[in-house]
Design a protein around this ligand. Structure first.
Ligand code: PRP
Ligand code: URA
Length: 210
């Protein structure tokens, strides 16, 4: 079994992503675009969530209608850049609880280094969406998913804005049970592990640190 890869080619998402890629887009606009794309993506990411029938009284009569059923949702941003995806998703799913995983990629080895992990206490009973705008070598996302699984969780999906084939292959190899949702599949990594064409360093552009 291999996780499915969903690529969003919706015109609104592609338009906003093009603006994010533009090197002249400043921090404020970059943050707003990431927020908006994340909100648009979660609409599709949640497409297969189960629903159940309830009775509801409209101003005219009683009727049967659908509400979300099954496990609630947890979102787990990978610090730092994943933070920029939380608000947009919570706007559509206000009850989603938020866990945090702190990882940075060592610039020399490109290996992920963990510095923080705090998940909702009931994470094992939730659908979990791991959030990170960039899936480059896949090392950070794979390590984050491993940490989450070590804490007894399953039902994990990975939501990225831009991925490259290397990153997708790593997740599919390490975590074949995880579905991947991306707004764009880019061409390659450069010698420093940056996605080309990409959008640069997502964390720095989001928080204005460079
Ligand atoms: C970036 C990005 C991912 C990671 C992707 O984070 O947000 O977490 O790199 O690269 P990988 O797939 O090769 O692991 P970074 O390490 O720059 O940390 P930051 O978010 O704190 O800036
Ligand atoms: N992390 C980023 O922020 N950008 C990339 O292109 C690769 C990893």
């Amino acid at each position: 079994m291999t996780g499915k890869v969903h690529i969003f080619n919706h015109p609104l998402i592609q338009h906003k992503l093009t603006m994010m890629r533009d090197k002249n887009t400043g921090t404020k606009e970059f943050r707003e675009l990431l927020d908006e794309i994340s909100m648009l993506m979660v609409y599709e990411v949640t497409r297969d969530l189960p629903t159940e029938e309830v009775n509801v009284e409209t101003p005219l009569c009683w009727t049967k209608a659908q509400v979300l059923a099954g496990m609630p949702i947890g979102v787990i941003p990978i610090l730092r850049a994943g933070l920029g995806m939380v608000d947009g998703i919570q706007r559509l799913i206000p009850n989603a609880k938020v866990g945090h995983i702190g990882l940075y990629r060592d610039p020399e080895t490109l290996q992920p280094v963990e510095y923080y992990c705090k998940l909702p206490a009931d994470s094992q009973q939730r659908y979990l969406f791991v959030l990170d705008p960039m899936l480059a070598t896949g090392g950070s996302a794979s390590a984050a998913i491993s940490f989450i699984k070590q804490r007894g969780c399953s039902n994990i999906s990975l939501v990225n804005i831009i991925a490259v084939p290397e990153g997708i292959e790593k997740i599919q190899k390490d975590h074949p049970d995880v579905n991947i949702y991306v707004a764009a599949l880019d061409e390659k990594l450069n010698d420093h592990g940056y996605i080309v064409p990409g959008l640069g360093d997502a964390g720095d552009r989001l928080f204005g640190t460079k």
